[in-house]
Design a protein around this ligand. Structure first.
Ligand code: M6R
Length: 605
């Protein structure tokens, strides 16, 4: 993972790079560092979040018009000052920052150590800078040495390098990890995504794999690794600059939970056409879509939970067979894929390495791909055949919330669309379903009226060591999502289960200390879920029910939610479990927006 950023121009580099890495902190916050060039390379770095490290080292004291920075999510080597990037050559003349993994670092290190190189960190990254140094010592120019190094290293990398002896240049390369150039007036920016670049310029170049760039303040030259010049399109960003602030909310996560009535609207706005859904960017003809016999949905984490709901939508609404796969497992199963299949990839960031690999797997088998992505211009958005943007705005909290409900909204619309074009969904039903969707944002506002109840429940159960989440059919993925939210931000062990599966094992865990959160709207499985609840009650479990049934009592706690159709229920029922996780984590004093060990964008396998 990790975020990298660099600047070359006429302004002081440190403030720009500092702001940039802060915007990339969602990619990791184990350590950070900045180097600038002003006669010599000067570096400051430290362990922990940028704000804290800055207080200790004062990044802004760094001088120079060229600089680069890094925010780390540790893979090789613990989070520590010595493992923090930038990393340096033995003579301190060359510095690099790296996002990705150098898979053959151990063998290269052995060779370099034998040649006398002194390693100062346990990172895989450091081999790169020593290799460049070694090759320069053998008589190569910086550019030649860097290109030769790239042919020796294996893995995923976006790297930026600077050399004290070439003070007016930055070098960058992209291979499997994202890297974007921002083209300004007499200044060029480099970053892992467009977010830090947007305040300065709307002209960006998305680098592609094997692009190697030599950058000066007013020029950049992109070559491939055979040193042949390549042209990459300059993209003009037209996305409105959205302010990234918590507003009156204490955390981004809470703000993002409360944004959901609006973000759901944004996911369906312009996509409803009387009795059908419509999309601008599917790029697959209706003729081709009609032939689809099976949809494979894939993603990771929360996006994978959304895939589970989507799979049921395609089966029940469009009557197309659907299969849901963890993106991290998919390619290793040698999946049988054919031309009647469609791969749908869900991702908030559009940068998740496993999801990218799943697309590559499908493409290698000539399977059409559709991406449901939030981040505009992200790697996934650019590699799929067609796509639906979520338009949820920046999601800063590491725990995904609003993009889960936006994903479900987009999937619901897509399943209506496919059902209409393959003739399995009537006009009347489609119209009714679309009307239901348009009313959904108001219903979400109703859920927020239960917040005091949720806070009360949180203050009662925040010391629990475990929790169980149960739900059936459309609410089973919500149970998984509730458990994931609780785990990642409050560090309480939690599991999600289909309610009826509980008696096949997890029931053994139930005693008077076990809170069991049951998602139980009054749908066709309601009476069955009620029986599952009785099974918990009989074993003295504490039952917290999320239900539409205002008459129910006899539970330990009830969170009331409004009635909506069965299809839309997971979009409603997930909100109380998001809020519950939030308030429990708050009671426990956890760092909600930046939970330990996590990163927002998982760009390594
Ligand atoms: O950006 P993506 O949607 O591809 O990310 C997938 C997962 O890493 C992500 O959903 C993760 O599980 C979240 N932290 C969950 O809150």
């Amino acid at each position: 993972m990790c975020g990298i950023a660099a600047y070359i121009g006429q302004k002081e580099a440190a403030p720009i790079v500092l702001e940039a890495i802060k915007k990339l902190e969602y990619r990791g916050y184990d350590s950070c560092g900045i180097v600038t060039l002003n006669d010599s390379l000067t570096c400051k770095k430290g362990t922990g979040k940028i704000e804290d490290v800055d207080k200790q080292v004062n990044f802004l004291s760094l001088r120079g018009n060229v600089g680069m920075g890094h925010t780390r999510w540790a893979t090789h080597g613990e989070p520590s000052d010595r493992n923090a990037h930038p990393h340096f050559s033995c003579d301190n003349n060359i510095a690099i920052v790296h996002n990705g993994i150098i898979e053959n670092s151990e063998e290269l290190k052995t060779i370099l150590v034998k040649s006398g190189h002194n390693f100062r960190s346990e990172t895989d990254t450091e081999v790169v800078v020593h290799l460049i140094e070694e090759l320069i010592n053998e008589g190569n120019s910086m550019e030649e040495a860097f290109v030769k190094t790239l042919k020796l290293i294996e893995g995923a990398f976006a790297i930026v390098a600077m050399n004290k002896n070439e003070p007016n240049k930055l070098y960058a390369v992209k291979q499997s990890s994202p890297l974007v150039l921002g083209i300004g007036e007499n200044e060029i920016f480099i970053a892992s995504d467009v977010l830090p670049i947007q305040p300065y310029t709307n002209k960006v170049v998305y680098l592609q794999d094997e692009d190697f760039v030599v950058i000066t303040k007013d020029n950049y030259e992109i070559k491939n690794l055979s040193k042949i010049k390549v042209n990459r399109e300059v993209t003009i960003l037209n996305e409105n600059l959205e302010e990234i602030s918590k507003g009156n909310f204490e955390h981004f996560m809470l703000k993002e939970i409360y944004e959901q009535p609006e973000t759901i609207k944004r996911a369906f706005r312009g996509r409803i056409d009387k009795d059908n859904a419509k999309f601008g960017g599917l790029n697959i003809s209706n003729e081709q879509l009609k032939k689809i016999k099976r949809i494979v949905l894939t993603g990771c984490g929360t996006s994978w939970h959304a895939c589970l709901v989507g799979g049921s939508y395609f089966q029940e609404i469009s009557k197309i067979a659907a299969q849901v796969e963890y993106a991290s497992e998919f390619r290793y199963k040698n999946p049988v894929l054919g031309e009647d299949d469609l791969l749908i990839v869900l991702s908030q960031s559009g940068e998740t390495a496993d999801s990218i690999a799943a697309i590559q797997e499908a493409k290698s088998k000539n399977v059409k791909t559709i991406g449901l992505v939030n981040v505009v211009g992200s790697s996934i958005a650019r590699m799929v055949d067609g796509g639906i943007y979520l338009h949820a705005g920046h999601e800063i909290g590491v725990a995904s919330t609003k993009t889960f409900t936006s994903h479900l909204t987009a999937l619901y619309l897509l399943s209506i669309y496919l059902g209409r074009i393959n003739g399995n969904l009537s006009k009347e039903k489609a119209k009714e379903m679309l009307n239901d969707l348009e009313k959904l944002p108001e219903k979400i506002n109703e859920v927020f009226s239960s917040v005091d109840e949720i806070k009360k429940i949180a203050s009662k159960y925040f010391k629990s060591k475990n929790a169980l989440y149960l739900g059936r059919h459309y609410n089973f993925p919500v149970a998984l999502e509730g458990a994931l939210k609780l785990k990642e931000i409050s560090y309480i062990h939690a599991e999600g289960y289909p309610a009826a599966e509980m008696k096949h094992g997890p029931i053994a865990l139930i005693d008077e200390n076990m809170p069991v959160i049951v998602i139980a709207p009054e749908d066709r499985l309601y009476s069955k879920v009620m029986s599952n609840i009785q099974e918990v009650k009989s074993r003295k479990g504490k039952v917290i029910v999320v239900t539409t049934d205002a008459t129910k009592n006899g539970f330990d706690e009830v969170i009331l939610i409004p009635k909506v159709s069965e299809f839309l229920m997971p979009i409603i029922s997930v909100i109380p479990v998001q809020l519950l996780a939030y308030y429990i984590a708050k009671e426990r004093g956890c760092d909600i927006d930046k939970p330990r060990n996590l990163a927002k964008s998982v760009t390594v396998e």
